[in-house]
Design a protein around this ligand. Structure first.
Ligand code: SF4
Length: 202
């Protein structure tokens, strides 16, 4: 399984895991290549591995902070890409934390396996299912995301569905199709967030 490849660690947040004081573990690697990505430095699984925090060190820190934090959120990148995710989630749960996950649902089977250990999921719906591939550059990504969302609904745990709206890609008819698709699945709460401009690199 290897070890979790960590790209960053935020020791305290009140906004990334609703209702809980939490830490965020950013996982390396993403199979998708969305044009508006702000974590492009995390897309490759091995890039700059030496400069990221070590998972063992993160676990030691989490152990020290027991009682001060209530939850830990795995974010990315795309955490589902990492074979070490289930074990990492289990370790964090073993320390007494509730575990949250930010995901786009790129791997429905990996998602289904880890779902029973999660207390909350922030699920990114990126586009109408049939337009996913044009955004992510990954064939079959819309089908995978839809299947993952179905797993999430079947699990019955709290979640938030959100969409980053890049007006150069998503137009009003897309949003209408997405609303219809989510309504069909029984999802009424849907959070839209504007894509932030990507800062120019020096
Ligand atoms: S899924 Fe998320 S991390 Fe991956 S490329 Fe898209 S925005 Fe970036």
């Amino acid at each position: 399984m290897g070890t979790l490849a960590v790209g960053g660690f935020v020791p305290f947040t009140t906004v990334d895991f609703p209702g809980r004081h939490a830490a965020v573990v950013f996982c390396r690697g993403c199979p998708w290549r969305c044009g508006y990505c702000h974590n492009a430095h995390l897309q490759g699984p091995d890039s700059d591995l030496d400069s990221g925090p070590d998972w063992t060190a993160v676990l030691a820190l989490l152990e020290k902070r027991r009682g001060l934090l209530e939850g830990v959120v795995f974010s990315g990148g795309e955490p589902l890409l990492q074979p070490a995710l289930p074990e990492a989630v289990a370790r964090v749960r073993g320390l007494g934390y509730a575990v949250g996950l930010h995901t786009g649902g790129s791997d429905p089977e990996a998602f289904r396996r880890v779902l029973p250990d999660l207390a909350w999921v922030g699920f990114d719906v990126k586009a109408p299912w049939e337009r996913y591939d044009a955004l992510t550059g990954a064939p079959g990504s819309g089908k995978a995301a839809r299947r993952s969302l179905e797993h999430l609904l079947a699990e019955g745990i709290p979640f938030q569905v959100r969409t980053t709206v890049d007006p150069t890609f998503l137009q009003e008819p897309d949003l209408q199709r997405m609303r219809a698709a989510l309504t069909e699945l029984g999802i009424r709460d849907w959070t839209l967030q504007p894509a932030r401009p990507i800062p120019a690199r020096p």
